[in-house]
Design a protein around this ligand. Structure first.
Ligand code: MRU
Length: 366
């Protein structure tokens, strides 16, 4: 994707392969800063503090983090310790575990002196595969958008609502939920996107609005509670969200608040689609309520970060001193509320049979 006329991915090798470069997402949208990760510990910290975030991107960052660890110590003990340390940083997005297991499967059989180089090439391959996967998700999602556009009057936009950031910033490029939007816009379909602000971390306001704006897609930021009202008034044609984990039966974990959007969509007859790569499917789980839900610090609820009129970024308290806050970061949308899953292999019902038809082999290797 382009920022200021330059093509970017969210992660790349810097300084002739010395370090891993990522965009610091905690600084967006007010400043665009690239940081260098030189050690496995720095990669783990970037995942934990959400300098990188989004299910596919944390998987690829962890893969590079493991490569950084292999450069220091490629022994079996170091491999196991680095995988377990990186996997612990965030519990809900299964892509993190998937990417690390891919790396383990590839590196374990190798002689230790070959592991570092092999780890860097494998991480690069995971990144490249994610780009192609997301491009394909977009091509399949585009057909859904086109079908809705075909029923509109000329010039009337297709109104899509999205939650959180399942954009290119959450992946390596394209995004999952946003890929159909980019491809529809580029194909000349008139679009408008309702962007949920996504409290408490405001990924919609800070990241989705930023990237849609950079691509020239018309969009409007709304509070998280506005979606149901807009759906009741016929202002939403389609919801597309991303996901951090989909069970083998089609239940969907995604950013907190997704479930309420799905309920409102069901009640108002608005199609509710979830876009995902194969690395987000957890074939070991049948029940969405078995997905571990990350509990983050209450400070994220008690505070807001924003830019003042004079241009400085500040953190503000928004509740009385001593107020308690709970911060479950994800929720589970039962499969029955999902109109379809948009994957790199096509669109399927959110059911065991639907997923099995697209992925007869089950767990996909990179
Ligand atoms: O806590 P985050 O910002 O990592 O959560 C991200 C989301 O919930 C995304 O919607 C999800 O990872 C899908 S990303 C393509």
């Amino acid at each position: 994707m382009k920022i200021g006329g330059n093509n970017y991915r969210t992660i790349w090798l810097d300084g002739g392969g010395e370090a891993v470069a990522v965009i610091d997402q905690t600084k967006l949208p007010h400043s665009f800063e690239v940081i260098r990760l030189s050690t496995m510990q720095e990669a783990a910290r970037a995942i934990l503090t959400m300098q990188v975030r989004g299910a596919p991107l944390i998987g690829v960052t962890a893969a590079y983090g493991l490569a950084l660890a292999m450069r220091v110590d490629p022994s079996d003990a170091s491999l196991a310790e680095a995988i377990s340390h990186l996997a612990r940083q965030r519990p809900t997005a299964v892509n993190l575990r998937w990417a690390l297991e891919e790396m383990r499967r590839h590196l374990q059989p190798l002689a230790v002196n070959h592991r570092a180089q092999a780890a860097f090439s494998r991480a690069a391959r995971l990144a490249d595969d994610d780009v192609e996967t997301c491009r394909r998700i977009g091509a399949h999602g585009l057909e859904i958008v086109r079908a809705i556009a075909a029923k509109k009057k000329p010039g009337e936009p297709v109104n899509i609502l999205t939650h959180c950031n399942a954009g290119w910033l959450a992946c390596v490029d394209w995004g999952t939920a946003t890929s159909p939007m980019y491809q529809a816009h580029d194909a000349g379909v008139t679009l408008h996107v309702w962007v949920d602000e996504t409290r408490p971390r405001n990924q919609g306001a800070a990241l989705t609005a930023f990237e849609l704006g950079a691509h020239g897609i018309p969009h409007t930021l709304i509070t998280d509670n506005a979606g149901g009202h807009l759906m009741q008034h016929g202002k939403v044609d389609l919801v597309i969200v991303g996901t951090d984990r989909v069970t083998a039966t089609g239940d969907v974990a995604n950013k907190i608040g997704t479930y309420l959007k799905a309920l409102a969509a069901k009640d108002t007859g608005v199609p509710f689609y979830v876009a995902l790569p194969h690395s987000t499917i957890d074939w070991t789980l049948d029940d969405g309520f078995a997905i571990p839900i990350e509990e983050r610090s209450g400070d994220e609820v008690l505070q807001l970060t924003g830019r003042s009129a004079t241009g400085e970024v500040h953190v503000f308290d928004i509740a009385p001193d001593g107020c308690r806050a709970a911060n479950p970061a994800f929720d589970v949308t039962p499969a029955r509320l999902v109109s379809g899953l948009i994957t790199e292999r096509g669109v399927c019902p959110a059911t065991r049979e639907g997923l099995r038809q697209l992925y007869p082999e089950g767990q996909c290797a990179a």
